[in-house]
Write a new protein. Structure first.
Length: 320
């Protein structure tokens, strides 16, 4: 049964936590555990969700859950799954799932994730991406976008925030030939729920990269979090897509497909200007962001043509 707001279970498995108001990461974890159910076993490294969810005696996980070393999320998932299986106590509906932030995934945790994919361990890895190390005071990660202000990439008259581009972890993971990978946004929750269901029912390593805005770090009102999570998709700076490896797709090298193929983009400038972290960007720098967006979509369309997955509508798009 396809899950949506009406059919999502009432059971709560992540509640009573200490996350900031409007936290996109907590919404991602809450929704994921509703889909994965009571027999899911969760592992979380140092990060926002472990910091707000393991405050003894007010532990916020109704599932079995544990904190891992920062770099070891995927390795711990491997050990949990192997241990349950070796003891013969792994239920058929048990998903061993990791929830790690952007820094814990794309920086310090990438090696362990790569190893798990290489072994094709039967685990689900979810990266909730708020585009900086928010838990420790808003420091830059390799998923912080160009121009974003953080405490380690200040912005003002003489410095305009992050100077590097956001790392494409989705395509890095897909390059391993992983059975299933997807991108998502908490702004498009039905799409995220569908991909969680798909990942839940596949064996082998699965990966979901979900955009989860942080109003504190992004400089936007708490009430705007979901709208901002939609805007990043609608303006083309984040695409919703899936990758199925050769095992599932039957296509050598695997197959990409867009979940939301935009024919027109919303305004990049409006998306950036509504967030305090991009306040120092000049018009020329915003034009640079737009050019990077266009190049990314052109390249994605080319990949899709090679993999027989995406339509090339890039030439028909017009920026709002």
């Amino acid at each position: 049964m396809a899950l949506n707001a009406k059919t999502l279970p009432d059971d709560e498995f992540f509640f009573g936590h200490k996350a900031c108001a409007g936290c996109g990461g907590s919404l991602a974890v809450r929704a994921a555990l509703k889909v994965l159910g009571p027999n899911a076993v969760a592992a979380l490294p140092a990060g926002c969700m472990s910091a707000v969810g393991f405050n003894f005696p007010q532990l916020s996980f109704a599932n079995n859950a544990m904190i891992t070393p920062f770099a070891a999320t995927a390795s711990v998932l491997t050990g949990i799954e192997a241990g349950l299986r070796a003891q013969g106590i792994k239920p058929d509906d048990c998903t061993v799932v990791g929830f790690a932030g952007d820094g814990g995934t794309a920086d310090i945790g990438l090696q362990a994730l790569s190893g798990a994919i290489d072994r094709n361990d039967d685990v689900l890895y979810i990266c909730y991406d708020n585009e900086a190390y928010m838990n420790t005071g808003i420091q830059k990660s390799s998923l912080t976008p160009f121009g974003a202000k953080t405490t380690t990439t200040p912005a003002g008259r003489n410095a305009h925030g992050c100077l590097t581009q956001k790392k494409n972890v989705f395509e890095i993971v897909a390059a391993h030939g992983i059975p299933y990978a997807a991108t998502a946004s908490v702004g498009y929750l039905p799409d995220f729920l569908r991909k969680l269901e798909r990942a839940r029912d596949i064996r082998g390593t699965r990966f979901i990269h979900v955009i989860a805005p942080c109003p504190t770090g992004w400089g936007c009102p708490e009430a705007d979090m979901v709208d901002v999570a939609r805007d990043i998709v609608d303006c083309g700076l984040w695409y919703l897509a899936e990758y199925e490896g050769p095992q599932l797709s039957g296509v050598p090298g695997g197959q990409f497909k867009l979940s939301r193929n935009l024919r027109e983009f919303a305004s990049v400038e409006a998306y950036l200007r509504r967030q305090g972290r991009f306040r120092a960007l000049t018009d020329d720098e915003i034009a640079q962001v737009k050019a990077g967006r266009d190049a990314k979509w052109e390249r994605s369309a080319a990949i899709g043509r090679r993999k027989a997955g995406m339509r090339d509508d890039a030439t028909a798009r017009r920026d709002g």
